[in-house]
Design a protein around this ligand. Structure first.
Ligand code: PLP
Length: 403
């Protein structure tokens, strides 16, 4: 019954399932409190109190709140989202340029459905969010990956230039990045924009920049994030409240389209139609109202900052080689052996669940999602220490201390 394509995709993502099953085994054997599950990017907080208050209010007082609506979403909600984006962009983004979606994942599928002809190419920088591959394939596009620098994770612009062809339709960028936590600076965006414009002229094509931004509110050290619309006219922003308001299960987000995008009207009709025929129909009605009430509210970053600093400092001390994340809630250290899958398997010996970089198109690293509580993070250092000892990573001055 199951299509060959889906079976192939299932097999290609089997290491995620293997990790999940391994985690379940460990929990059964050692108890949940003794397993350090760093594998899932699922915020462990409750949503902010104002969000829950708004939910109560709309669930009980809203009139006609549970009905079908325009496939793009409530007009008042789109207006408020557009106002917020206009303020951030410092230019007007009309409400008709907003489509409310079922999370960022829904938004990505809607955009890809709208733009892709069979075998059109979509460029993604590795390491990348593993689902991109499947989303592109959902709409018969061709996935093309371009490397990044192995230390800074900045896009390799020479490789990008080579890989843009007459079939290139879009480039997905993701900053703050999952899995590395890096934030694209103004300079990176300007350089990207130069390469894209040059290739567009040379090949007579137009490339859509799809900026996947579910982590834009999760920033450390007061870093400012440049606004994508300032660098690419042919661009869309895809955002969600999964991470910023800890609403991942409620599936609420939006697509915002640059006011200067070519053939804007047709493009908007395409998005709205795609939202409908992909079976989303419209974004969840109740949560559209809730997020519109809460646009200026985000989860408190102090706790994430504490976790990031503690884990990062400890791992560096133990000899891990890792870039300090500027956003999101992931660390992406290099593995001391090339085989990241073996390394992640070995880590389970100490009840540590880490995700091999191979799953993100970037072997030789592991992803550590620090969405677990601080006391568990503290307890897990003992396991990281054992792991580091096994691979001879620990600097000589620390080797004396027993574990
Ligand atoms: N894009 C990236 C980079 C992500 O990390 C995630 C979720 O982890 C998503 C998109 C999907 O987010 P959502 O829950 O809003 O669909």
């Amino acid at each position: 019954m199951v299509s060959q394509k889906l079976q192939n995709n299932l097999n290609n993502s089997s290491w995620i399932r293997a990790m999940f099953e391994e985690g379940e085994k460990l929990v059964n054997q050692f108890g949940e409190e003794n397993v350090f599950d760093y594998s899932l990017g699922n915020p462990d907080y409750e949503p902010p109190y104002q969000v829950l208050e708004s939910l109560k209010k709309h669930a009980t007082n809203g009139k006609n709140i549970h009905q079908y609506m325009n496939n793009a979403g409530y007009i008042d909600v789109r207006k408020q989202v557009a106002n917020k984006i206009s303020k951030e962009f410092k230019n007007n983004v009309p409400n008709k340029n907003i489509v409310m979606t079922c999370g960022a994942a829904g938004g990505l599928n809607v955009v890809l459905k709208t733009i892709l002809n069979d075998s059109d190419e979509v460029i993604v920088f590795s390491p990348y969010f593993a689902e991109y591959k499947f989303y592109i394939d959902n709409h018969n596009g061709k996935f093309v990956s371009v490397s990044t620098d192995s230390n800074t994770f900045e896009p390799d612009l020479k490789e990008l230039s080579k890989k843009i062809t007459s079939r290139s339709k879009a480039i997905i960028i993701n900053s703050p990045n999952n899995p590395t936590g890096i934030v694209y600076s103004e300079e990176i965006l300007k350089n990207l924009s130069k390469v894209i414009s040059k290739k567009e002229l040379e090949l007579g094509i137009k490339i859509l920049v799809i900026s996947d931004e579910p982590y834009t509110k999760l920033l450390y050290d007061n870093i400012k994030i440049p606004h994508i619309f300032s660098y690419f006219n042919n661009s869309v922003i895809i955002n969600s409240y999964s991470k910023s308001m800890a609403l991942a299960g409620e599936r609420i987000g939006y697509i915002a389209v640059h006011p200067k995008l070519e053939n804007l009207e047709l493009f908007m009709s395409g998005l709205i139609f795609a939202n409908r025929i992909l079976g989303f129909v419209n974004a969840p009605s109740l949560f559209q109202k809730v997020i519109a009430d809460s646009l200026d509210i985000s989860i408190d970053m102090k706790e994430y900052q504490k976790r990031r600093d503690f884990l990062y400092n400890n791992l560096i001390e133990l000899g891990f080689n890792c870039i300090k994340p500027q956003g999101a809630f992931y660390l992406f250290p290099k593995t001391p052996i090339d085989d990241d899958i073996s390394f992640a398997k070995h880590a389970t010996k100490y009840n540590l669940l880490l995700v091999p970089g191979t799953g993100f198109g970037c072997p030789g690293y592991v992803r550590i999602a620090f969405c677990i509580n601080f006391s568990k993070i503290k307890k897990s250092i003992h396991s990281f220490r054992k792991l580091a000892f096994d691979f001879d990573m620990v600097p000589s001055n620390l080797r004396q201390s027993s574990y």
